[in-house]
Design a protein around this ligand. Structure first.
Ligand SMILES: Cc1cc2nc3c(=O)[nH]c(=O)nc-3n(C[C@H](O)[C@H](O)[C@H](O)COP(=O)(O)OP(=O)(O)OC[C@H]3O[C@@H](n4cnc5c(N)ncnc54)[C@H](O)[C@@H]3O)c2cc1C
Length: 284
């Protein structure tokens, strides 16, 4: 339970952090809230020789509104998102998702950027970020770039982030008044992580589904958009039968995980049940 020894840097500017990452390459790890990295280091699953603590870089924190979007700094904690009036008014799905993460201590220290960069297959944020079709802002040695959430998650603990890059912010378009979001999750009882978590963003036109986006976490080695559900429901009446039929397609083409917490068949069933419930909730 004691991590290996490491050299510690606490830069106060993004450029400085990026230079340190370049200098130390694979030996270095960025530290944000530490609630995934430090447990991994204590178990010696990670033994970085260099820790670059980005917690003192002011520009990576906070939530603001700009050009119809919420701009969320990567170092914004789960608690800040859960309790922000701006988030609750403009994109309540984000506050709802934050409230489902771990316990008070985890939410006070853990950051949205750390969670997305870590890409735990049972993490909550990826479902909401996928359903909201967010853009992730990344800084690296060649400047800044933006990547769609759908292109960011690439596998088990794997993302589009390079070793020499830092996730700086998340941009989320503010939905219109006809659009509702919901996040529903079955907690793994010991850790609180998602056995299945489903985020739905649904736009109605009368009783018809104008558009729907479904992000699912906990079911596969990487979070995903349930595109078969989305295409089945788009343009259809939002009645119980159509919603149930669409939800049945939530694991189409997906290789569901099997581990000590849940069998493959159980996870597949959970995905369908939670997708149906989340769509019903967003449509109601
Ligand atoms: C007891 C417990 C319960 C938990 N329960 C849940 C839960 O129910 N749901 C859930 O989703 N999560 C849960 N978590 C995880 C928690 O949300 C973490 O805070 C989160 O996954 C990581 O965020 P962090 O800021 O702590 O990142 P860190 O631990 O500091 O970093 C995690 C990884 O991301 C990298 N990284 C961090 N920030 C950046 C960045 N800006 N750019 C590039 N790379 C970066 C680090 O190098 C590291 O590899 C739990 C954790 C604990 C300890």
């Amino acid at each position: 339970m004691i991590p290996g020894s490491f050299e510690y840097f606490a830069p106060t500017a993004l450029d400085e952090a990026l230079s340190l990452l370049q200098e130390h390459g694979d030996d270095a790890k960025v530290l944000a809230g530490g609630h995934s990295l430090i447990p991994t280091m204590k178990l010696r699953l990670a033994e970085p020789a260099v820790i670059i603590d980005i917690g003192r870089i002011g520009g990576l924190k906070g939530i603001s509104e700009s050009d119809g979007k919420l701009v969320i700094g990567a170092l914004t904690t789960h608690h800040e998102l859960e309790s922000s009036d701006l988030v609750q008014q403009k994109v309540p799905l984000l506050a709802q998702t934050a409230a489902e993460i771990g316990d008070v201590q985890v939410r006070n220290k853990g950051t949205i950027g750390g969670s997305l960069a870590h890409a735990d297959p049972a993490a909550d944020w990826p479902a909401a970020i996928l359903a909201l079709d967010a853009d992730l802002q990344i800084a690296g040695p060649n400047g800044e770039r933006s990547v769609k959430a759908t292109d960011f998650f690439q596998g088990l603990y794997e993302t589009d982030l390079g070793d020499d890059e830092i996730l700086t912010a998340i941009h989320v378009s503010i939905p219109d008044a006809n659009t509702k979001g919901t996040y529903l999750k079955l907690h793994q009882v010991a850790s609180g992580f998602a056995l299945t978590g489903v985020a739905v963003v649904l736009t109605k036109s009368g009783d018809t589904c104008q558009s729907v986006a479904v992000g699912i976490t906990g079911v596969s080695d990487a979070p995903y958009r349930a595109s078969a559900v989305e295409s089945e429901l788009t343009g259809a009446a939002l009645d119980a039968e159509n919603i149930a039929a669409a939800a049945e397609r939530s694991v189409d083409g997906i290789d569901a995980l099997e581990d000590i917490h849940a069998s493959q068949a159980y996870r597949q069933n959970l995905a369908k049940v939670y997708t149906r419930r989340a769509i019903e909730s967003a449509a109601s």
